[in-house]
Design a binder for this molecule. Structure first.
Ligand SMILES: Nc1ncnc2c1ncn2[C@@H]1O[C@H](COP(=O)(O)OP(=O)(O)OP(=O)(O)O)[C@@H](O)[C@H]1O
Length: 451
């Protein structure tokens, strides 16, 4: 064997090993070049085979006949740009007359295997221009978020989409959201990523965790208020409603001042207020929401109604006051009693992890997108953390958050503890910090055995 052959064999073996063990590295070293060449070489044939070509126009036919030249071939969409990405390729196409974005979307599965890519999705950028995003490998198998993301206030890069793009939880675009999923499906990890993403931002975090606080209390250093039982939750939610009313008064007062100033912007929400007047936005995270809706006696029923009413009010009016709801649970339907469907209608951001039945999937997407219901039912049990995210526009994506451990989330919260705002209305709910004497004592000491 010559030296060249040995080198070639070694390179091919290294590429094969990388592809198997580290697909992301394979893509960046070998995959991106090979795939780009493959797409460009096969482009015309594949588009023709996928039914994405149009016949030559009449004048081209006439011109060919007049010049006695062969009949021109069917034409595929024109390539405007082929851009390699961290996880695949982005192909921008100008459609030919008579083609539409739906044609390309309908052919995405055929394009996927014809170009030997892992996944293909498409979206219309503007009239007649479509971007086909292809992924070179299963990006959701081992989620690696890009080191640089587009960070804006109240916009958290929380997960990766199956097309390799970043999935943002944008509170200003979609103020309130519902996250559903069976037990062990990945809800807490998703919520942890949200908290870790919000921690460096100028925002107050408020948590209601009726799982005795096990999910949110370790993150207490970055929380302005926490509740770990329905009684405290009811009081905390009332305090939030009071804060919301106070913020509305601030907006009204500013409106009165600006109303007489010609050309001045009139504030409609906290983001229109000048910086020195703008109250800190608040994200309220509710874990295991069904615990708040359960009751066993009249007293608890009254408390439940008070809690749901406060949540509905915050969901209806909170956006302008910069109060955003992030509600998480296993199920969230009418079986939880009155007010729940009204509340769900306000939670327009939806994320469903693996669910146990179609009814649960319908709770997430039944009123938004039938396709998303099917996608949520199909999430395999072994792919924990895989979810379907959609919103009231009917659009949806498969997403998966990175596997952030509780330790990592606690470290992030501790690092940003100095950013935790003190909100006067929520002062009574300020958590005792982990490690302080207010921490709960072990069970064996709190419940002495009776004789
Ligand atoms: N994005 C992810 N990537 C990889 N593994 C994950 C991911 N999300 C969750 N998991 C795995 O699934 C397990 C369960 O996740 P998690 O605790 O978030 O589920 P859950 O829906 O909150 O469950 P429960 O309702 O019982 O608290 C985790 O221990 C983790 O190992």
């Amino acid at each position: 064997m010559t030296g060249f052959t040995v080198a070639l064999v070694l390179v091919v073996a290294a590429a094969g090993l990388l592809r198997w063990r580290r697909p992301a590295w394979y893509w960046l070293t070998f995959g991106v070049t090979l795939a780009s060449v493959r797409v460009l070489v096969r482009y015309a044939t594949v588009m023709d085979a996928c039914g994405l070509t149009v016949p030559p126009s009449r004048w081209r036919l006439a011109l060919a006949r007049a010049a006695n030249r062969p009949i021109p071939e069917f034409r595929p969409p024109r390539i405007l740009r082929l851009r390699p990405t961290r996880t695949g390729l982005a192909l921008r196409l100008k459609l030919r007359p008579g083609q539409d974005a739906f044609d390309v979307a309908a052919a995405s599965d055929r394009l996927r295997h014809s170009f030997s890519m892992y996944g293909v999705t498409s979206r219309e950028l503007r009239s007649g221009v479509v971007e086909v995003r292809m992924t070179g490998y299963d990006v959701l198998k081992r989620v690696q978020m890009p080191s640089k993301t587009d960070t804006r206030p109240m916009r958290v890069p929380v997960a990766l989409r199956e097309d390799g793009s970043v999935h943002y939880r944008d509170y200003r675009a979609i103020p309130h959201a519902l996250t559903l999923g069976a037990t062990e499906s990945g809800k807490s990890v998703y919520q942890r990523n949200l908290v870790a993403g919000l921690a460096p931002m100028n925002v107050a975090l408020v948590g209601i965790d009726c799982k005795q606080g096990v999910e949110l209390f370790p993150l207490a250093r970055r929380f302005s208020a926490l509740a770990d039982n329905p009684d405290t939750a009811a009081e905390l939610l009332d305090a939030l409603v009071e804060r919301m009313e106070g913020v509305y008064q601030v907006i009204r007062a500013e409106q009165r001042i600006t109303a007489d100033v010609p050309d001045a912007e009139i504030a409609a929400d906290i983001w229109d207020l000048p910086d020195h007047l703008r109250p800190t936005p608040v994200v309220v995270l509710v874990d295991e929401v069904a615990e708040l809706a359960l009751y066993a006696n009249k007293e608890q029923e009254k408390r439940r109604d008070r809690i749901i009413t406060a949540l509905v009010r915050l969901a209806q009016l909170g956006r302008a006051a910069g109060i955003y709801l992030e509600i998480c649970g296993q199920r969230f339907g009418s079986e939880l009693g009155k007010g729940i469907t009204m509340l769900r209608a306000q939670l327009t951001g939806r994320t469903a992890h693996r669910v146990n039945d179609e009814t649960s999937a319908n709770m997430a997407f039944g009123d938004i997108s039938p396709d998303a219901v099917i996608a949520a039912i199909q999430i395999p049990a072994e792919m924990r953390g895989l979810a379907v995210a959609g919103d009231s526009t009917g659009g949806w994506h498969r997403i998966r958050a990175p596997h952030t451990s509780l330790r990592q989330a606690v470290n992030t919260c501790n690092r940003h503890a100095d950013l935790t705002p003190d909100l006067p209305e929520l002062a009574p709910f300020r958590p005792a910090l982990p490690g302080s004497s207010a921490d709960p004592v072990p069970l064996s000491k709190t419940a002495p055995a009776t004789a």
